[in-house]
Write a protein that binds this ligand. Structure first.
Ligand SMILES: NC(=O)c1ccc[n+]([C@@H]2O[C@H](COP(=O)([O-])OP(=O)(O)OC[C@H]3O[C@@H](n4cnc5c(N)ncnc54)[C@H](O)[C@@H]3O)[C@@H](O)[C@H]2O)c1
Ligand SMILES: [Zn+2]
Length: 358
């Protein structure tokens, strides 16, 4: 079992990564055995893994309750948060209760938010079941829910006590979810580690088919390491953490204008990274060879084709993004593959030009 630490003083925590390690959950959390546990999950995930996990925890003497929330992104709402509070109160959960987020990013984000706010904050652990959650959303303590006006508008920073990544859970994950996560995985290489980017490129087919467990564990581990490193140096995204948004400014705009659900998040980010690499090249930061390398690697993924996009609407959407501060778009560019910087010196013209080329 691999262990990676997120270093945040007294809020530091381990990320455990392995195959079949959910079976060792009761050993890993032996010291938390006397606490009341509340698993927050969705019905489909409860059917796949929840029942078996509860059985093994019960037989190890854990006191476990389950709260099931709706499927899909609509579960990330304030009304669901309230409904979880009611369920926890009904079951007499108090400040010593520990929550377990068993699911993808949707379950992780809302569980984290409930943990941040229930009785002014309680402990939680993340057990991500999608590849995207394993390499991204389960780590770093960003929690939140959506409003009708936009995604993730309500939230809090609240770090989990631990993250347990069991790659066995990925067996039934739909292919598109895997490809979407690959967008975020390539992002880590692009922003921080050129050699890792090349390794992803060279092993792409093997990674997408999960045929090599060791390679998959090492690869997820490297993503977690990069995220852990960035988060521990800038927990609240005042500066460095913004580099994790590489590909996200245009990516979010694409998600919003094309429509959520039509383009998955990681797919939109993948296109956003291509556009950001054009801009990096235009600004003289990224040479043509590296720009082409990034683009061809991404275009080799089976991404859905982009319909004709209206760049004026896209630009409007970008200007309403959370990453715009005092009217300036904070944009992540590559200063060479494997090295990201944030700039606010970006013109509308170059944004539009890059989006037209997608
Ligand atoms: N907090 C953060 O730092 C952060 C970072 C990135 C994304 N996010 C959030 O994460 C969410 C997206 O996460 P996601 O992509 O995991 O989506 P998700 O949680 O909706 O899961 C995607 C789909 O996979 C299914 N699923 C989950 N695990 C499965 C498994 N093991 N086998 C088969 N099917 C499974 C789910 O039921 C769902 O239909 C978004 O709400 C996004 O805003 C948060
Ligand atoms: Zn993302």
């Amino acid at each position: 079992m691999k262990r990676i630490d997120v270093g945040l003083d007294d809020r530091s925590y381990p990320i455990w990564i392995g195959s079949g390690i959910l079976g060792q959950f009761s050993d890993l959390f032996h010291s938390y055995r006397d606490r009341q546990w509340a698993i927050i999950t969705q019905q489909s995930i409860q059917n796949l893994f929840g029942e078996k996990l509860i059985e093994s925890l019960n037989s190890a003497g854990f006191n476990v309750i389950v709260v099931v929330i709706p499927e899909e992104e609509k579960a990330k709402s304030l009304s669901q948060v309230e409904s979880i509070y009611h369920s926890l109160l009904e079951k007499n959960c108090d400040r010593s209760t520990i929550l377990m987020a068993l699911g993808g990013g949707v379950v992780g984000d809302i569980t984290g938010f409930v943990a941040a706010t229930y009785m002014r904050g309680i402990d939680y652990v993340q057990v991500p079941t999608t590849l995207l959650a394993m390499v991204d959303s389960a780590i770093g303590g960003k929690t939140g829910v959506n409003l009708p006006q936009g995604k993730n508008l309500i939230g809090a920073f609240h770090q989990p006590r631990s993250v347990v990544v069991d790659i066995e859970l990925l067996q039934n994950l739909p292919d598109r979810e895997v490809i979407s996560a690959m967008g975020e995985m390539l992002k880590y290489g692009a922003i921080q580690d050129r050699e890792f980017f090349m390794r992803l490129k060279e092993n792409m087919n093997s990674l997408l088919s999960f045929e090599n467990e060791t390679l998959l564990i090492d690869t997820i581990g490297r993503c977690c390491e990069i995220k852990a490193d960035v988060v521990s140096r800038d927990e609240r995204e005042s500066d460095l953490r913004r580099i994790l948004n590489f590909g996200h400014t245009i990516g979010h705009a694409l998600e919003t204008t094309v429509g959520f659900g039509i383009l998955k998040h990681g797919e939109a980010v993948a296109y956003g990274m291509i556009a950001a690499s054009y801009i990096s090249h235009d600004m003289g930061y990224l040479n043509r060879k590296e720009r082409d390398l990034l683009e061809s690697t991404i275009r080799n993924l089976p991404l859905p084709e982009l319909m004709q996009i209206d760049t004026t609407t896209l630009l409007e959407t970008i200007k309403h993004d959370k990453k715009v501060r005092a009217g300036k778009v904070h944009f992540v560019v590559l200063k060479g593959l494997g090295n990201a910087i944030v700039t606010n010196q970006i013109s509308d013209d170059s944004l539009v030009r890059a989006m037209e080329l997608l």
